[in-house]
Design a binder for this molecule. Structure first.
Ligand SMILES: [Zn+2]
Ligand SMILES: [Zn+2]
Length: 343
């Protein structure tokens, strides 16, 4: 079967691998679609070489169809549409025992520490597999993982209906957070500077602002009768974002740090003190977030489809990654891994 392998030194090649036979509690999935994530870009750039075993198959956002199952697997059958929650916690540390398995310090992330989804057949433990409704297009099934990130982020914010939310950063995760916020009956403003993403979000009926053009602090104060935002999501990993998050939050407002900051940014702790702001971290997802994401995708209430800007075949994963790195007119890029899996 075909599998795209990262060989180190920013090289991807099309490899030919023997499909892995599932163990008694494993399943083998014919991968329909895989989404490219910022993590995959970092990986190909060499930033995760200390975490991967070469040659490495990456990819953790996916949908597919069960091809075969181990003899102890009763929940799944060949032909079932599924996605994967790509977390392998250790289950034996104090964090896991406290119920926070998703942030286990020994967590192995599938597609980084173990082989991922950019191959035709992916063998995984049954425990990480989630069923997708058979009438949900598999293309949208590949968006469940990033949507689950957004569901977790919003859950961490303890959002209330009618609240006013600012999302700093309008890439795929920022856009998905905006959709989840909207589905909860709250108001949302997305700050973004990329013109393509601004107009795409606008076309989805999401309020946007370009902080390079308009004073965002003034706009938020005007929108909220001088109070400020109830919740701010920081999704830019920029110094400006780290400054705006404390500027925009109302007294006792909640700030949710979604972005992965490569270096600690300056944070206005005086403002955190003065306004009694709450800063919360958020990382990946828990099973309830995955279940909620599947429900949102299946409800078709949010225009997820519109976030898919391009689709490439598995052979062109390298080109797709270069295209994404080029920036500009791009949102979520999907890879069709095995056309036999269907759409
Ligand atoms: Zn991802
Ligand atoms: Zn653990």
């Amino acid at each position: 079967m075909k599998a795209v392998e990262y060989e180190g030194g920013q090289h991807l090649v099309m490899g030919n691998r023997e499909p892995v036979t599932p163990g008694s509690s494993g399943v083998r999935i014919r991968v329909a679609y895989g989404g490219i994530c910022g993590t995959d870009l970092h990986l190909v750039h060499g930033a995760m070489d200390h975490r991967v075993t070469l040659p490495h198959v990456m990819g953790h956002e996916m949908s597919g169809v069960i091809e075969s199952v181990g003899q102890e697997v009763t929940r799944f059958h060949p032909g079932d549409h599924v996605t994967v929650m790509p977390l392998l916690p250790c289950d034996s540390c104090p964090t896991c025992h406290s119920g926070y398995r998703h942030i286990c310090p020994n967590l192995r992330f599938m597609g980084i520490e173990t082989p991922g989804a950019f191959q035709e057949l992916w063998t995984v433990p049954e425990s990480v597999v989630y069923p997708l409704p058979s009438d949900l297009p598999l293309r949208l099934g590949a968006l469940v993982e990033p949507l689950a990130v957004a569901c977790h982020d919003v859950r961490r914010s303890e959002l209330q209906r009618g609240e006013y939310v600012v999302v700093l950063g309008g890439g795929p995760i920022g856009a998905l957070i905006a959709m989840v916020v909207r589905s909860r009956g709250a108001r949302v403003l997305v700050a973004e500077i990329n013109p393509y993403r601004l107009s795409l979000l606008k076309s989805l009926g999401i309020d946007v602002i370009d902080p390079g053009q308009t004073d965002i602090s003034e706009s938020v104060l005007a929108d909220t009768g001088g109070r400020g935002a109830d919740v701010v999501f920081e999704v830019t990993s920029s110094t400006l974002g780290a400054k705006l998050m404390t500027d925009l939050a109302r007294p006792r407002g909640r700030i949710v740090v979604v972005a992965i900051f490569p270096a600690p940014p300056p944070v206005d702790l005086h403002r955190v003190f003065w306004r009694e702001l709450q800063i919360r971290g958020t990382r990946v997802y828990e099973p309830e977030d995955f279940r909620e994401a599947i429900q949102i995708a299946a409800s078709s209430a949010q225009p997820l489809e519109k976030l898919i800007s391009e689709e490439f075949p598995l052979e062109q994963l390298g080109e797709a990654i270069s295209h994404l790195k080029g920036g500009g007119g791009v949102m979520k890029v999907l890879i069709q891994c095995d056309p036999l899996a269907g759409n």
